[in-house]
Design a protein around this ligand. Structure first.
Ligand code: ATP
Ligand code: MG
Length: 559
């Protein structure tokens, strides 16, 4: 079973039963149908993992179908980005790449058939008038004055709509169902609109475009899709989906199944809102590492395996829920833990001079990339010298209780090196700590000091050997779990002002001279980092923080 499709979910139960009764020739054909009006986000990943995962597990196939029926919002840029993201996630549609726009002619013929059966009519009401006549959940709607037009008249008008003879919005084609239906979707829904706008694929061949409801089920039928899986908001559309297929007498019929969409805390997932963040320059682009887009997660350094693991874990259910960002973060850590090299990086350097270490002595300390399995990734040498840098926050002049790192008169272990003691604190003109004068204990190289306990271990780099780097610390884009919760408050007022912190003074150990764009490292005690594939160049290292280490401090006590 694929890790990503969620085991034992209710959709599998349906498919198992369909296979047992040999429905649809006992085949499984699913589809992932994005509209090319933006980049894919992690919610789409749930749908991709589900649809492609089911096809894999049942020996079926999954189509990638661009649901491109709206010429106003779609763009070929998104087509390429979406294909790229699906491939990156690890799925392959093979030869099954489709576009709803390729079916425009057949969808039109289906509509003609519906008119011929007296089940659709050309309506002259405006969009507002249609809305007004629609009724409410408690009151029935009103019939359109054009509802009883003859088949011949409807056919003639529909032909003229196609030919572009009428202005935008002046007429629609509507299904003739029931204006008193308790389901609003069944109250003579619009199936074609006039929109004399060129389409990115069909050019100006069409002046009318099908609605989602009309295009979707019929496209599923055309592709012999067996299980058309979509999110819960389409549950009320299912009777319409079935009604169309019934009227057209098409066989075999695809079955629509709804599942709960992924909602993730501290972010927004609607493409419209993500687009707005990009357009207004609030983020640097669709691939800004703070975005929940697949492009953003990739740029941040998240692996496709981590996303698939996450999608498998959250499962597939019928009830909406909000997933904690922490779950995604723990999936990311789990995927990176086993084989990511551990190195040292000082984010905010504080100078340390070892007064009793000879001026020009440099020792090369051998250190494995993976503490517990040195044989997996091998080891590197770390130079140790008289002048070092440690993390500014690892020193406190007046340490509170429970602070086990460096303080005046106190000892700390330097990771993979010696125990040092802070002998003197040097301050600058502003009274800021500028440098620490320390001593070291030569008997403590990777061995515990005799007769005393040193509880803290900190990371460091050698001043004369370290390489400077830029480190970008990413945090949640919003400071509340559901930024859109209150309709009267702009979601952008909840942006987290600290979602990006750029550190330009960071220093990494010299083994990272060979770091290449796209590589991942664990910076000890800090987190997992990704060498930014775009902004890192020869002579400039830029690291994106993928995720912090949970509880990193507890694990590091005096090893
Ligand atoms: P958005 O609201 O972000 O614009 P959408 O549903 O309009 O999303 P589509 O391109 O139409 O985006 O979506 C393609 C497929 O992805 C659909 O089948 C849709 O149900 C699914 N999908 C979209 N968002 C989610 C989500 N958050 N969780 C699971 N599936 C999703
Ligand atoms: Mg959509």
């Amino acid at each position: 079973m694929s890790e990503s499709a969620g085991s034992g979910n209710f959709i599998r139960t349906i498919i198992d039963a369909d296979l047992a009764s040999a429905k649809n020739g006992a085949s499984v054909v699913t589809r992932f149908p994005p509209e090319p009006n933006g980049y894919l986000h992690i919610g789409h990943a749930k749908s991709i993992c589900l649809n492609f995962g089911l096809a894999q597990d049942y020996g079926g196939r999954c189509h990638l179908r661009f649901d491109d029926t709206n010429p106003l919002t779609e763009d070929p840029e998104y087509i390429e980005a979406i294909k790229n993201d699906v491939r990156w996630l690890g799925f392959d549609w093979g030869e099954h790449l489709y576009y709803t726009s390729d079916y425009f002619e057949r969808l039109y013929e289906f509509a003609v058939r519906l008119i011929g059966k007296g089940k659709a009519f050309v309506c002259g009401l405006s969009a507002d008038e249609i809305r007004d006549a629609r009724g409410t959940l408690t009151a029935p709607g009103r019939d359109s004055p054009d509802r009883e037009r003859s088949v011949a008249e409807n056919l003639a008008l529909f032909t003229r709509m196609r030919a572009g003879e009428f202005p935008d919005g002046s007429r629609t084609l509507r299904a003739k169902i029931d204006m008193a239906s308790p389901n609003l979707n069944m109250r003579d829904p619009v199936i074609y609109r006039i929109r004399r706008t060129p389409h990115y694929r069909t050019g100006d061949a069409w002046s009318i475009y099908p609605s989602y409801d009309w295009a979707h089920g019929q496209s599923d039928f055309i592709e012999s899709v067996t299980h058309s899986i979509c999110t819960l908001e389409f549950e009320d559309h299912r009777p319409l989906y079935d009604w169309f297929l019934e009227q057209l007498e098409t066989e075999p019929r695809p079955q629509q199944i709804e599942f709960a969409r992924l909602n993730l805390g501290y972010t927004v997932m609607s493409k419209r809102l993500l687009q707005e963040l990009v357009r207004e320059g609030i983020v640097s682009g669709w691939d800004d590492p703070r975005m929940p887009t697949l492009a953003g997660l990739r740029r941040r350094g998240v692996t496709p395996q981590a996303i698939r693991r996450f999608c498998g874990l959250i499962g597939v259910a019928k009830a909406d829920s909000l997933v904690d960002m922490g779950l995604l973060e723990s999936c990311i850590r789990k995927e990176l833990d086993a084989d990511t090299p551990r190195v040292m990086c000082v984010h905010q350097p504080l100078r340390v001079v070892l007064q009793d270490w000879p001026e020009d002595r440099v020792d090369q300390l051998e250190a494995p990339y993976l503490q517990n399995q040195p044989e997996t990734l091998g080891s590197r040498q770390i130079p140790f010298s008289r002048v070092l840098y440690i993390e500014r926050e690892d020193f406190m002049e007046q340490p509170p209780k429970g602070f086990f790192r460096l303080a005046p008169g106190r000892e700390v272990r330097l990771r993979r090196a010696y125990v040092i003691r802070c002998e003197e604190v040097i301050k600058d003109a502003n009274g800021e700590v500028a440098e620490l004068r320390c001593s070291y204990d030569p008997e403590t190289l990777n061995t515990a000091p005799a007769g005393r306990k040193v509880r803290g271990t900190i990371h460091w780099v050698s001043a004369g050997h370290a390489i400077s780097a830029e480190v970008r610390l990413y945090d949640r884009l919003f400071s509340v779990p559901i930024p859109t919760a209150d309709k009267d408050v702009d979601y952008k007022s909840h942006l987290n002002p600290a979602s990006l912190e750029v550190l330009r003074q960071a220093l990494v150990e010299p083994s990272l001279a060979s770091a290449r764009p796209g590589e991942r490292y664990q910076f000890e005690r800090k987190g997992y980092y990704f060498v930014d594939p775009i902004d890192s160049q020869e002579g400039k290292l830029v690291f994106n923080r993928i995720v912090t280490l949970r509880d990193s401090w507890a694990k590091m006590k005096d090893k």
